[in-house]
Design a binder for this molecule. Structure first.
Ligand SMILES: [Zn+2]
Length: 87
């Protein structure tokens, strides 16, 4: 894998190690004037941390919710194929 492409926010000036981390800090609806950046506290609450350079990224100690969901989804699908679905 190549190095992650960093993203710098032109609004709040924060630098992110990945586009995914950048996307998370932008909140609000998609109407132009209602989009805003998260505060530092909000970003930390979302599992983002700052590295030595001051760049924001996902805390590697925390498992990514998306990966966990995907694994759960696959295991459930496999279970449904093998056994009969009875509720
Ligand atoms: Zn920002």
């Amino acid at each position: 894998m190549s190095r992650a492409i960093k993203s710098e926010c032109s609004v709040c000036g924060a630098t992110f190690v990945s586009v995914a981390a950048f996307d998370i800090h932008r909140v609000g609806s998609y109407l132009p004037r209602s989009r805003r950046c998260m505060t530092v506290n909000e970003m930390q609450a979302e599992g983002l941390i700052q590295d030595d350079k001051g760049w924001w990224g996902f805390d590697p100690a925390q498992s990514r919710p998306s990966q966990t969901d995907l694994a759960t989804c696959y295991s459930q699908a496999g279970r449904q194929q093998k056994g009969s679905v009875s509720r």
